[in-house]
Design a protein around this ligand. Structure first.
Ligand code: NAP
Length: 315
């Protein structure tokens, strides 16, 4: 089969590899489209320790063509999107059966765009921050994969006010399509907000933005830390100060959830998938690349040139 390999020289190459065979509890999927996500950038930049050569690609959609021991044969032929720990940029990939999410209600391209970002955005809003009707919500990286979905899930949860932050003025109108009432450019945050405080803040940024976010959290507010796009430096928070204001500092790690409680992650993915299938939530696929163009897809994401979601056409 054709597959993209990231080698020790940091180069991506399309190469021929043997097709993987599903082990116990796994399925093999003939991949139609794979989703491009920030984890690809982190692997490329060495922030995730993976053995090289490595077949990247953390989300792949297509048809189940074989099952391993313990997986019902009836799943063969099912259209799925799989949350995987690599191998998606290849014609066939194996995946844990639990995390091969039924995607019969959407096409394979949209299913690839679903990826990890959709259950992540769903969980951030609903499972972790538990956005309630009437809440105000502040979402950073609002034009990105998670951000463009989180705005929609916050709307579906009944948020009263949703404010997004993006990197440049060109992203403002784009982000507003996803339920945001106001979108700020990064330099405007936090001053343009006046004295406004938020019930829920989603923070994948880190560093000084995280410090500014904590200062914007309303009494009984919930801040969810789920990434460090800008800065990996630790940010120290006083538990006693949080207690005095009734605030909660929460985190989310979908990768860890996939390893430790895949059933729970799959339940969230199923709920998110129903909202996509019934049209309540739109996955905005803005770029499609070929298998021989994975490097461009990842570099565009790393350079901030991607809006919404990009996918790779595999077969
Ligand atoms: N913990 C988890 O379970 C989990 C799951 C999925 C994703 N994540 C994390 O969430 C983050 C977003 O993921 P994604 O899939 O939405 O990524 P994405 O589609 O690549 O979006 C990344 C966004 O980050 C913004 N950005 C880039 N550099 C920035 C900087 N220096 N400061 C502030 N914003 C910056 C860009 O916004 P502009 O273009 O507007 O500048 C871009 O829209 C990543 O850090 C990822 O690792 C975590």
């Amino acid at each position: 089969m054709r597959a993209v390999v990231l080698d020790t020289d940091d180069q991506f190459r399309v190469t021929e590899l043997p097709e993987p065979v599903p082990g116990a509890g796994e399925v093999a999927i003939r991949v139609a489209y794979a989703g491009v996500q920030y984890g690809d950038v982190l692997v490329r930049e060495g922030h995730f320790p993976v053995p090289r050569p490595f077949v990247p690609g953390f989300e792949a959609a297509g048809e189940i063509v074989a099952v391993g021991a313990g997986v019902p044969e009836a799943r063969i032929g099912e259209q799925v999107t799989a949350l995987i720990s690599g191998g998606g940029y290849a014609e066939v990939v194996t995946a844990p059966a639990t995390l091969a999410i039924n995607a019969a209600g959407v096409g394979p391209r949209e299913a690839a765009g679903f990826g990890w970002v959709t259950p992540t955005a769903y969980d951030l809003i609903n499972t972790v921050a538990r956005v309630q009707p009437g809440d105000s919500v502040l979402i950073h990286a609002a034009a990105g994969g998670v951000g463009s979905l989180a705005g929609q899930f916050a709307t579906a949860a009944g948020a009263r006010r949703i404010v997004g932050v993006v990197g440049n003025p060109g992203q403002v109108d784009y982000a507003r399509r996803f339920g945001y009432h106001q979108v700020l450019v990064r330099e405007e945050f936090p001053d343009a907000l006046g004295e406004e405080m938020f019930d829920v803040i989603l923070d994948p940024i880190g560093g000084s933005a995280r410090v500014a976010n904590l200062a914007r959290l309303a009494p009984f507010g919930r801040i969810v830390v789920y990434g460090n796009i800008a800065d990996f430096a630790p940010v120290t928070v006083s538990a006693n100060d949080l207690l005095m204001r009734g605030q909660s500092l929460l985190t989310y790690n979908s990768n860890l959830a996939g390893q430790t409680d895949p059933q729970r992650l799959a339940r969230s993915a199923d709920r998110a998938m129903s909202l996509v299938a019934d049209g309540s939530v739109h996955i905005d696929i803005t770029a499609e690349h070929g298998l021989d163009d994975v490097e461009t897809a990842i570099m565009n994401l790393a350079g901030g040139a991607t809006r919404g979601k990009s996918v790779v056409r595999v077969s």
